[in-house]
Write a protein that binds this ligand. Structure first.
Ligand code: NAD
Ligand code: LMR
Length: 340
């Protein structure tokens, strides 16, 4: 070693030392599926996040290249790559937050549910690893169909005896990001000034934007309400069609995933008032999982908020959303139970 070079381990130790002395906290984050369309920009953006001290990149292909590339960025996080199933346990050990964008994306003409068979198996294997190696980590699950993969993950954790509903969060942040963008366009505002709660789930009619609760308080014509709701519900399909066979949303998803992961890390740090929408175990409706606003804290989704007042259009949408969501949740739970 040249005299001034810092080995990876010494960097980690120095940062851990800083943490012990009350310096800036650094969290350990793993991305599973890190070489994919979402995984690569997500890894880049997480390497730029000052709350991250260690970043583990796991995939079944191409992680050495992605890790070498991202590892040259002159930001604080130490990056390590892990390739293939035999390295999964090392990738996961000691992690505070695990983000999962592993799995196949849609092509034109497919629904998210068409991804169920292949992605269910991928999510199951990865969650078994989490249960074994970092059972206390917060899990951000991106792989589709989220409405079914979250129930699958819950069953895997239950079977392993590690399930904590607060720590398992399906990522629906992209629906909120899209809703903020599209509503801001209509209102003539900067998207940063707009906050649209999006509840339900993450597929078609299960995506329910609550336009009556938009901040700043705004009113929409029936036509605007219908057009905005449909565009938000079909946002994923809009990207799938535009990409014409080359996959689904990756860049906006990486942005949304980092926005959500950063909120989880601020919650873990103990920041007050961190609130985002996520698909979580819930008693807000009769369904066992539902997306609403949640307060993120040291233990994950520490508080799940109620829906708040809905108008007639939203009440009808809620009934339609619950019907489809019930089937997708049941499909995930049953598939996992059948395997036990
Ligand atoms: P992609 O095909 O570009 O990348 C997926 C990556 O997962 C690949 O690098 C692949 O090697 C990896 N992978 C496959 N099996 C794996 C395993 N067993 N372990 C670890 N890694 C594995 O796909 P993408 O565009 O990045 O999308 C990934 C998933 O995210 C898809 O299911 C997609 O539908 C979903 N998605 C969800 C949202 C959301 O809002 N929740 C948004 C966009 C995409
Ligand atoms: C999205 O909303 O963009 C993702 O769920 C990907 C998809 O298949 O639409």
């Amino acid at each position: 070693q040249p005299p001034n070079s810092q080995t990876e381990e010494s960097c980690v130790l120095k940062r851990a030392d800083c943490r012990a002395k009350g310096g800036a906290p650094g969290f350990k984050v793993a991305i599973l599926g890190a070489a994919g369309g979402i995984g690569q920009p997500l890894a880049m953006l997480m390497k730029m996040n000052p709350l991250v001290s260690v970043l583990h990149l796991y995939d079944v292909v191409n992680t050495p290249g992605v890790t070498a590339d991202i590892g040259h960025m002159d930001t604080g996080a130490v990056v390590r790559g892990f390739l293939g199933q035999p390295q999964l346990e090392n990738a996961l050990t000691g992690m505070d937050l695990v983000i999962i964008p592993a799995g196949v994306p849609r092509k034109p003409g497919m629904t998210r549910d068409d991804l169920f068979n292949i992605n269910a198996g991928i999510v199951r294997t990865l969650c078994e690893g989490i249960a074994k190696c970092c059972p206390n980590a917060i899990v951000n699950l991106i792989s589709n169909p989220v409405n079914s993969t979250v129930p699958i993950a819950a069953e895997v954790f239950k079977k392993a005896g590690t399930y904590d509903p607060k720590r398992l969060l399906g990522v629906t942040m992209l629906d909120v990001v899209r809703a903020n963008t599209f509503v801001a366009e209509v209102l003539g505002l900067h998207p940063k000034e707009v906050d649209v709660p999006v509840v339900g789930g993450h597929a078609g009619v299960t995506i329910l934007p609550l336009l009556s609760q938009v901040k700043p308080p705004s009113s929409f014509t029936p036509e605007e309400t219908e057009n905005l709701t449909k565009r938000i519900q079909d946002g994923g399909t809009e990207v799938v069609q535009a990409k014409a066979g080359a996959g689904s949303a990756t860049l906006s998803m990486a942005y949304a995933a980092v926005k959500f992961a950063d909120a989880c890390l601020r919650g873990l740090r103990g920041d007050a008032g961190v609130v985002e929408c996520a698909f979580v175990a819930s008693e807000v409706t009769e369904l066992p999982f539902f997306a609403t606003k949640v307060r993120l804290g040291r233990r994950g989704a520490e508080e799940v908020y109620q829906l708040g007042p809905l108008n007639e259009y939203e009440r009808v949408g809620l009934e339609r959303a619950k019907k489809e969501l019930a089937e997708s949740i049941q499909k995930g739970l049953l598939q996992q139970k059948d395997l036990q």
